[in-house]
Design a protein around this ligand. Structure first.
Ligand code: P6P
Length: 374
């Protein structure tokens, strides 16, 4: 953070006669700093201050919001695993981690080598933390019991967007943290609505490796620095209410239900149609990358129910994709639904339950959802 020039209130033990007040260009609410300045010309104060690291942020955030230290410990364990995964992703072919694993997961999807590696890194890390009672992963059919006395449950998609790995397009890790209910650990322990999440986040392995974290009190963005530290680079990004950018896989258009057909047709009609403005489209095929773009500049992301498999309400998974990302979207001023109800209110019925997804800028999500409710 730079303080370009400053004025400070009367400092103790000082012989300064005039009042000074700092006009700080960017500052964390809790950032404190000592100032020694030249009284001959106080206007030329330049002070470089370090942005907080993840551990500094957690220490302050947990205290400010009276959150348990164990929650910070579980977050730190997940983030350390993500740093290890980042190292593997970055090396790609050089580490021999690209290509197919030659196996399928519970979703009957072909696993990439990095899917399996990332999954094992997270399981191994979380298994060392006594605050973790159990975990659920996209790559594991059943939950994994860790410590019956643990306080938290962790659910994750170890490497979302893995079809992009071999072509060097951004992928990410998505995680969700719930409190373990009383009683013996079972699948039912995990089946809590998205509103019950005590934390969620994702790590985006892109041009930068970035961590986006939400402990239900705002959203913080961190960037992995050259020394291997996550440093806070943004606090409480806000998603614009309106947008001109939508993200959907248009090749599925003929399979959508009529309300989604209508909604997208109106967007494509642009300023000549009922919406009265032109739109742009993006599709990365990596949900974490789409949601990060929306967090940074707005937009709407959709993966609707389609007729290819009428038994499936959607492609994406509720517990470790839609819910953790919906918490972040809502905390940043956006909204998220399954086209009928708020995503975070859905009562889960299975660990790997799929769901239709519409999330992002409130104005568009509300409009698209209303079309499905008519
Ligand atoms: P499609 C990645 O496989 C994923 O689960 C999401 O990250 C992404 O948004 C979606 O599927 C892409 O699906 O059908 O366009 O390949």
């Amino acid at each position: 953070m730079r303080v370009e020039y400053g004025h400070a209130n009367r400092l103790p033990e000082s012989n300064i006669s005039t009042q000074f007040k700092f006009n700080v260009t960017a500052c964390e609410p809790y950032q404190t700093f000592q100032v020694a300045f030249n009284t001959d010309n106080p206007q030329n104060i330049l002070i470089e201050l370090p942005m907080p690291t993840l551990s500094q942020f957690l220490q302050q955030h947990l205290a400010e919001h009276q959150l348990p230290a164990e929650l910070g410990s579980v977050v730190s364990t997940i983030v350390q695993a993500c740093q290890t995964i980042s190292g593997q992703v970055r090396q790609g072919a050089l580490a021999g981690v690209l290509g197919e694993a030659g196996s399928s997961n519970v979703q009957d999807e072909a696993q990439k080598k990095l899917d399996v590696i990332a999954n094992q890194i997270l399981i191994d890390s979380l298994s060392t933390n006594p605050a973790v009672a159990g975990l659920a992963s996209e790559e594991e059919e059943q939950f994994v019991s860790i410590n019956e006395q643990g306080r938290y449950l962790v659910l994750f998609d170890p490497l979302d967007g893995s079809s992009n790995i071999d072509i060097n397009i951004s992928v990410g890790t998505i995680f969700s943290i719930l409190e373990k209910p009383a009683g013996p650990l079972s699948t039912q322990s995990f089946l809590q609505s998205g509103r019950a999440q005590v934390a969620s986040g994702y790590t985006l392995y892109g041009p930068q490796t970035q961590l986006v974290l939400c402990l239900s009190h705002g959203v913080a963005v961190f960037t992995l620095d050259a020394g291997g530290q996550f440093v806070q680079t943004q606090l409480n990004p806000k998603i614009p209410q309106a947008t001109r950018e939508f993200a959907i896989n248009m090749s599925n258009q003929r399979h959508w239900q009529p309300p989604m057909q209508q909604y997208i047709a109106e967007l494509l009609a642009g300023e000549t149609g009922p919406r009265g403005k032109n739109y742009n489209m993006r599709w990365v095929a990596s949900m974490v990358a789409e949601i990060h773009r929306i967090l940074m500049r707005g937009g709407i992301f959709m993966y609707p129910k389609d007729a290819r498999d009428p038994a499936k309400p959607g492609k994406l998974r509720l517990m470790y994709e839609a819910n953790p990302l919906s918490l972040i979207i809502e905390q940043a001023g956006g909204t998220s639904t399954n086209a009928r109800e708020s995503m975070l209110d859905i009562q889960p019925e299975g660990l790997h339950q799929r769901v239709a997804v519409i999330m992002g800028s409130r104005e568009e999500v509300d409009y698209a959802t209303r079309l499905h409710q008519q």
